[in-house]
Design a protein around this ligand. Structure first.
Ligand SMILES: C[S@@+](CC[C@H](N)C(=O)[O-])C[C@H]1O[C@@H](n2cnc3c(N)ncnc32)[C@H](O)[C@@H]1O
Length: 369
């Protein structure tokens, strides 16, 4: 809904007035809205502390212990190796965040959000690796001015800022490759539900990590051939994964640098899964062009990643990825419109967004060469 700027400015002046805030918090028709807004603001103020509570739960494996069944405070204190006061404080905080529920006097069990985390081990891995983000985001103003000293995320994502990314050793790619694999099953499920590959012959996944996306695709469509392209050390891990999954006949992993080496030919669909947002505009455009060169006319490009401005998930794109990628030292979240412009500039047409069931996790764009 369009509202004139004058009215928005007036609204902001009214909302900033402490007398109005007091009135709105007590007047029956505005009380609930005022409380919700106050809570939203406080959640932003306190978000870092909430995250640290979750971090402690993950580090101490609190949710894993409770997944076996309800436990008393004393049992938990022993298992977590915490003094009883420390355990109680953590449990109360976790209860307030709906990670843990109280089940009788001093007995605790998983609550809704804790149970949801158990079904998605990737979330715990994500939380653990955020220790690096906290270090790098210590001074966000310095970060925005390009003066930050932090380097933890840059070092973790070994290809960022590397002169020769293809020379990254196995130990340098293991951490991020495992992290990506842990969260890939959610992404692959949503993308493959949204986009059938039944009419495609061969899928090339560029920057495909350990092959989790291709394994999901190949298992869903038994006729499909799949090719993975990633840095040599990562491709080696994907090759081993394909063999373990019994897919060696239909799945190939090729190592190289997508910005320097030609991509394999012969696929009728190329995917870029959580790849473009890692790179600044000029590099991302080169990756799209390289994908285009790998396709014959009529071939399909599939781009999937979290996008900026996604309704209902705005902070995930613009606050989380915006600042995370800034700290990492490369890339930015893009709006669908920005991605469309980039795809068209690389001679793709029929660019369209295809709905996914959890757009906050990933959105999907298809285009034709
Ligand atoms: C954010 S991860 C995404 C992995 C996977 N597509 C997924 O969604 O789980 C980006 C991937 O791009 C790969 N990559 C980065 N720079 C590359 C380059 N220059 N050439 C080939 N692969 C590269 C990384 O090794 C990594 O596996």
């Amino acid at each position: 809904m369009w509202v004139p700027n004058r009215l928005l400015d007036l609204r902001n002046r009214v909302f900033a007035n402490p007398a109005f805030q007091r009135w709105a918090a007590t007047f029956p028709l505005t009380r609930l809205i005022a409380q919700r807004r106050a809570r939203q603001l406080f959640d932003i103020v306190a978000g870092f502390v909430y995250s640290q509570v979750l971090f402690a739960c993950v580090r101490l494996r609190l949710l894993d212990h409770l997944a076996e069944g309800p436990l008393t405070l004393d049992q938990l204190a022993r298992r977590l190796d915490l003094p009883p006061d420390g355990a109680r404080r953590l449990l109360r905080a976790a209860v307030s965040l709906r990670l843990v529920a109280v089940r009788g006097r001093d007995r605790y069990a998983l609550d809704e959000l804790g149970a949801a985390m158990m079904g998605n081990p990737g979330i715990a891995a994500m939380v653990e690796h955020h220790a690096m983000a906290y270090v790098d985001l210590q001074d966000p103003v310095a970060l925005l001015r390009g003066e930050a000293q932090g380097q933890a995320l840059k070092d973790y994502w070994a290809y960022v800022g590397a002169d020769v990314p293809a020379s990254a050793a196995g130990h340098a790619v293991d951490g991020y490759t495992a992290l990506m694999a842990d969260s890939q099953h959610l992404i692959a499920g949503d993308v493959l539900d949204a986009c059938s590959l039944k009419d495609h012959r061969c899928l090339l996944d560029v920057g495909g990590g350990d092959g989790s996306f291709l394994v999901a695709a190949a298992k869903r469509w038994p006729h499909l051939r799949v090719i993975l392209f990633d840095l040599p050390a990562v491709a080696e891990r994907a090759r081993a994964r394909f063999a373990r999954e019994g897919l060696a006949e239909r799945a190939t992993a090729i190592g190289g640098d997508m910005l320097r080496d030609p991509l394999p030919q012969g696929a009728d669909i190329v995917s870029l899964v959580r790849v473009l947002h890692d790179h600044d505009d000029e590099v991302a455009q080169r990756i799209i062009q390289a994908a285009g060169r790998a396709l014959a006319p009529g071939g399909t490009l599939l781009v999937t990643e979290p996008m900026s401005g996604t309704r209902g998930a705005e902070p995930i794109g613009d606050a989380y990825f915006g600042f995370y990628l800034l700290a990492m030292g490369s890339g930015r979240p893009r709006t669908p419109r920005e991605l469309k412009t980039m795809l068209r500039a690389a001679d793709f047409d029929r660019v369209r967004l295809v709905p996914t069931c959890r757009p906050m996790l990933t959105r999907l764009m298809l285009a034709r060469k």
